[in-house]
Design a protein around this ligand. Sequence first.
Ligand code: OGA
Ligand code: MN
Length: 202
Amino acid sequence: MQQSSLPESWDLDKVLDDLNESGFAVIDNVYPAAYVDSLVNECSSHLAEFRAAGIQNGIVSHIRSDHILWIDEQLPIAQQHINALKNLSQLLNQAFYLGIKEVEAHFACYNAGEFYALHRDNPQKKNDRMISTVFYLHEQWQEDFGGQLRLQDKNEQWHTIEPLPNRLAIFQSDLLHEVLLSKQQRLSITAWLRSGNSLWNA
Ligand code: OGA
Ligand code: MN
């Protein structure tokens, strides 16, 4: 993948139009199969290190039950995805003047029975998350597995997005959304495109 450009399959014009009109966009067949395989391997080989996402400062949250692993330079395959998102950020900045400067990301694993209740990634614009992205990593997905991303777009219409493998969902971080209960192991990378302008992080 080139540093300065997006993967070939990404239809940037459509992404920009969809973000402009509804505040979210979906890209399918995001990466070549060989890259997806290596990313799935990297994720799977670190599953034992994932930690409960709902626990902060020792307090257990009941709104989410997934497990996560923050991505750093120890995870070089995932870094390539982050680089693609950095390139996307530059293009979003040019189109929408979002001022995105950083990308923060973690792997997430929802085991059977896990979910993430309705929330916003940037409630009342209290943090600097501008755009949220989720890339789905499990090898196959069927409708009856659950685990859909339900999202209210900026025109207050609700959408149900299947977490299909090799799909990237992109949405404004201030939109209301949830992950429905998953009946199978559901693997993803969540990444936030951030402006770096926040006083505190949520
Ligand atoms: C999140 C989130 C959605 C998804 O991690 O904040 O809302 O589809 N994820 O995994
Ligand atoms: Mn979220």
